[in-house]
Design a protein around this ligand. Sequence first.
Ligand code: ADP
Ligand code: MG
Length: 258
Amino acid sequence: MSRETAGTADDREPGTDPLLRIEDVRKSYGSEEVLRDVSMTVDRGDVEVLVGPSGSGKSTLLQCINRLTEVDSGRIFLEDLEITAPETDPNEVRGRIGMVFQDINLFTHLTARKNVTLGLEKVRGMDREEARLRADEELDRVGLADQADSYPAQLSGGQKQRVGIARALAMDPELMLFDEPTSALDPELSNEVLAVMEQLVEEGMTMVVVTHEMRFARGGATGITFLDEGEIVERGPPETLFENPDHERTARFFESIR
Ligand code: ADP
Ligand code: MG
């Protein structure tokens, strides 16, 4: 896939324009070490795909990035903002980082449009009309201009997930996190969600995506990070990890999801 819209991003040396920096993050639940010394950097405009077996710590890592959970040690930065600093307001973090979950968590008593305007009015302090215009713009961006007045119960799983993406995009995030956004969907509905994500890649959005959709990873990822038992086993460009990984564990994993 071409990425012309990302400007000269592909000509840069890796690590020269970091947006997200994760340094030696550790996290345990009780006696279980869920993240062991995880470090990674995501440059502006990059799309990092995070893969690994169930229970390897992928969701926990995203939750640490968005301050939905606290690290035990290590630090995470979004540009100059230290996300993990105790004095950092989690709401500031979530205002700059959008997240889309596997479970489609829309408010069921609100229309698609209202689901999007809510944050704009409550968090961004937009007036109703401005929020409405912005919401309609974002719903159009995800191909749902004609569903703005529908309630979640009237939408397919793929459409609901796209409303969730529109809601996150409306806040104008610097970084988008996706946690298995298509794993609860049938293949056909997955495709419409993946198409929206591919469009975001084309637009140059910086993204960290947990997914087992290797077609998306092949086409859109700048890098793949393979996590196993809370450790980054290896990271590299998609071709290398798919065809010629350094580690037997990585090869076995890709074999298992093929
Ligand atoms: P993945 O997303 O890769 O499947 P998770 O990050 O969800 O992995 O989970 C990693 C490990 O941490 C699992 O063993 C899981 O049971 C455990 N875990 C995750 N969240 C919690 C929690 N809130 N309390 C206790 N254990 C948790
Ligand atoms: Mg998970």
